[in-house]
Design a protein around this ligand. Structure first.
Ligand code: CP
Length: 303
């Protein structure tokens, strides 16, 4: 494949075409099979303005597995932002110390702004409710590993209004001709403009407030994004609106896989973890090779 990833920012999954995504997934598979210290001497800046467990740690592990090192913060209260420094100046500073920048921020568009301020590659690790492209890559990696293809029947269930992982993933699934069922509690539906985009991309999309598990090959569950609700009373109305239990699985296909970007709160009962359907901790593990591939590609360490 003739794609040049060197120096590229990764802000939205829509920055890639289907061939480029497949290429990254192939490179991630190679990373799982072994790798040289391709990024020895390079430094990754991890700027987390919002909490994270998986994304931050898996980027850190990915960089270290490739022989590189990391600097950064997971609490911006301890940085000069609290003295009034702008995001743009913060990025220009980190750019001077590092080779790649990973940023998570509560504000939609913050990663794009960071990319505009930096000559070094910037990777969006989640910008508000907007996008989380490397999560999507590891979601696709997991689906492809299980089914050998991506044109499968996927149900996205949960907070489709504020969940950035489902916004990113829906666009990618549409690129790969997946059938997409959108299931959410009333008030947390997928934004209309996203549905319009998906249909314009040729995707088969259905919308419901009730889960029909019998259709799904992939059930992708998300938590309700409490932190994004402008009004706590609105959150109280939907809290605990859905929960997957063993009983919910009685009409499931035998090949159903259940994914979740995590963290989960209460939307998947822990009794499901021991079933053959639960693949969310495989997803967690897949974050490392996928992010290794991304880091190696944007630095030009692999082509
Ligand atoms: N999936 C995900 O983004 O998890 P973290 O918030 O723990 O990084």
């Amino acid at each position: 494949m003739d794609a040049d990833f060197r120096g590229r920012d990764i802000i939205s999954i829509r920055d890639f075409n289907r061939g480029e995504i497949e290429f990254i997934l192939d490179k991630a598979l190679e990373m799982r099979q072994g790798h040289a210290p391709l990024l020895a001497g390079r430094i990754l800046g991890l700027l987390f303005f919002e909490p994270s467990t998986r994304t931050r740690l898996s980027f850190e592990v990915a960089m270290k597995r490739l022989g590189g090192d990391v600097v950064g913060f997971s609490d911006s209260q301890l940085t000069s932002i609290t003295k009034g420094e702008s995001l743009s100046d913060t990025i220009k500073t980190v750019e001077a110390y590092t080779d790649i920048i990973v940023i998570r921020h509560s504000r939609e568009g913050a990663a794009r702004l960071a990319a505009e301020a930096s000559k070094k590659p910037v990777i969006n690790a989640g910008d508000g409710p907007n996008q989380h492209p490397t999560q999507t890559l590891l979601d696709l990696f997991t689906i492809r590993k299980e089914f050998g293809r991506l044109d499968v029947k996927v149900t996205l269930m949960g907070d489709l209004k504020y969940g950035r992982t489902v916004h990113s993933l829906a666009y990618a699934l549409a690129m790969f001709d997946a059938e997409i069922d959108l299931v959410s509690p009333p008030g947390l539906e997928m934004p209309e403009e996203v549905i319009t985009d998906l249909k314009a991309m040729g995707a088969e999309v259905s919308v419901s407030n009730r889960l029909d598990i019998s259709k799904a090959q992939v059930l992708y569950v998300t938590r309700i994004q409490k932190e994004r609700f402008p009004d706590p009373e609105e959150y109280a109305k939907v809290r605990g609106a859905y929960k997957l239990t063993l009983d919910s699985l009685k009409d499931a296909r035998s090949d159903l896989i259940i994914l979740h970007p995590l963290p989960r709160v209460q939307e998947i009962a822990s009794e499901i973890d021991a079933t053959k359907h639960a693949k969310y901790f495989d997803q967690v593990a897949n974050g490392v090779p996928v992010r290794m591939a991304v880091l190696a590609l944007v630095t030009g360490a692999i082509e």
